[in-house]
Design a protein around this ligand. Structure first.
Ligand SMILES: [Zn+2]
Length: 87
């Protein structure tokens, strides 16, 4: 199973009536229009694990490229979103 399928199968990542929200710009997109982004880029050792994946629109993903600038903030956001009862 690819990381894209893994992301969409995860219960924490269920769509909102078929819409997925970009973590960067907050706009909603159809499944076919979102990219599954590696929070820590693969080029920097990021894995395909579910806690390293986030939903981003193509525009935002392109502008992110392989920068690590947002990785720590994104990682924390993702952790909180996925485990709301822990925080
Ligand atoms: Zn976006």
């Amino acid at each position: 199973m690819g990381y894209r399928d893994k992301f969409f199968k995860d219960p924490a990542n269920r769509s909102n009536h078929g819409w997925y929200t970009c973590v960067r710009c907050g706009r909603n997109f159809r499944k076919g229009d979102v990219d599954i982004d590696h929070i820590l880029p693969q080029s920097c050792g990021g894995t395909d694990e579910i806690d390293n994946l986030q939903c981003m629109c193509r525009h935002c993903n392109r502008s992110k490229r392989d920068s690590m600038d947002d990785s720590i903030a994104d990682y924390l956001d993702n952790e909180i979103r996925r485990n709301p009862n822990k925080y």
